[in-house]
Design a protein around this ligand. Structure first.
Ligand code: GTP
Length: 389
């Protein structure tokens, strides 16, 4: 252990961090907010270490040492804030980093004020950095809001190790100053710190790349399931989910209904008001479906200006009630938001036999919809009976 050269280990780590700080943005290309935060975190950590090295090259305790060391503390702690923001987004949470920011400010200001007192500044900086990391570890251990991979535990372990070593350095620096007079000296805790910092840095970057890959996979899945204009499920995703719901309705002997809705004279809307207004009408229609849907109702943009809703545990009356709520919602909102009345025709199909599939129900709903169009539009039919107007 005596042969381990702390200074060289930290130089190697800073060099690797610097390469990463430059290479990651270049190789990751255009990335979203979380990855940008993580990259910024790495850049700040790198800057922190460079300042720390620079401070060891100037007169010890002088103004340059004071300035460079304070900048180092500010960069390292704010780097952790950016990392914390990235981790929160990757865990599907809202960004909330008031505590890590408060600790970063408190640590940097306290460090600068107490700079001339070595035991104080070492104890203070290391203890608060350990505390800041603890808040990030706690966040990582909370159940995430989206499905995330094992990178979360990898990061939690890496950060916990860093936190323990920092806490040890805080105690040694503050209370055993004579045996621990500087950062790069050949002391056991420095050697452990240098070794763990090196390996944890490599593992943390691996975890960050894994988190980024996870997020990209989630985004691809979302794009594959969602209609990009309206945010509603697309036909493929709806068919998948509807198949499952239909099977479950057979298994538990529950009624299930399907409503196929088609906007009236939509070509005319596009021709008269322009394509952008047509797009807004589609988005408004989906807002309406969202507003009137209840738990268990699954809707999608089936294609063009056609939408489909599957209503679980719904009798024909419940499907009609849904249709009425939607017509009321449109009557209240369309003129106000679009400047004209938006109406639709619809067809209803209930599951009649255990052997019914979504396809057969869609065919029946389509026949009813065709009849509704033929009868003048703006109404809902469940073939062969006209149910509403
Ligand atoms: N703005 C916009 N228009 C779309 C989109 N998708 C399909 N359309 C248009 O929707 C129109 C559908 O026209 P039709 O099938 O004749 O339907 P319609 O005019 O509503 O006629 P009826 O259904 O019989 O009342 C076409 O002009 C399509 O170009 C879209 O994403 N945005």
């Amino acid at each position: 252990m005596q042969k381990i050269d702390v200074f060289s280990l930290f130089v190697a780590m800073t060099l690797n961090l610097s390469i990463m700080a430059v290479a990651l943005p270049y190789f990751m290309g255009r990335v979203n907010r979380a990855a940008r935060y993580a990259q910024t975190g790495i850049v700040l950590q790198t800057a922190g270490w460079i300042f720390l090295f620079s401070s060891s090259a100037v007169e010890r305790g002088g103004w340059a040492d004071h300035l460079l060391s304070t900048l180092a503390m500010g960069c390292v702690s704010s780097g952790m804030v950016f990392n914390a923001m990235a981790f929160q987004i990757w865990c599907g949470r809202k960004v909330s980093v008031r505590t890590p920011i408060a600790i970063a400010v408190l640590m940097t200001v306290g460090y600068s004020i107490g700079f001339s007192n070595y035991p104080f500044r070492v104890g203070w900086a290391n203890a608060l950095l350990a505390l800041q990391i603890a808040t990030v570890v706690v966040e990582l251990c909370r159940p995430p809001k989206v499905a995330v991979g094992r990178w979360r535990w990898l990061l939690a372990i890496c950060l916990s190790i860093q936190m323990i070593v920092l806490a040890c350095r805080a105690v040694l620096g503050a209370f055993y100053t004579a045996e621990f007079p500087n950062f790069f000296g050949p002391y056991l805790v420095n050697q452990i710190f240098a070794l763990s910092s090196n390996s944890m840095m490599v593992l943390s970057v691996v975890a960050i790349l894994l988190a980024h890959r996870d997020e990209a996979a989630r985004e691809l899945e979302r794009l594959a399931m969602q209609d990009s204009l309206t945010g509603a499920l697309n036909r493929r995703a709806w068919l998948l989910q509807s198949g499952i719901e239909l099977a479950s309705s057979v298994r538990y002997r529950q009624p299930i209904g399907l409503l196929l809705l088609d906007l009236d004279y939509f070509k005319q809307i596009n021709d008269t008001h322009g394509h952008a207004v047509g797009d807004r009408a589609l988005q408004l229609f989906v807002s309406g479906l969202q507003a009137v849907s209840r738990a268990g109702d699954v809707f999608c943009r089936y294609g063009g200006e056609e939408f489909c809703v599957l209503l679980k545990c719904a009798t024909p009356d419940a499907v009609m009630a849904y249709d009425q709520r939607m017509r009321q919602w449109l009557a209240q909102h369309s003129i106000q938001e679009l400047g004209f009345e938006l109406s639709y025709s619809a067809g209803i199909a209930m599951r009649e036999h255990d052997s019914d599939s979504i396809d057969t129900m869609l065919q029946r709903a389509d026949v009813a919809l065709y009849d509704a169009k033929s009868q003048g539009r703006g109404c809902t039919l469940a073939s062969p009976v006209r149910l509403s107007a």
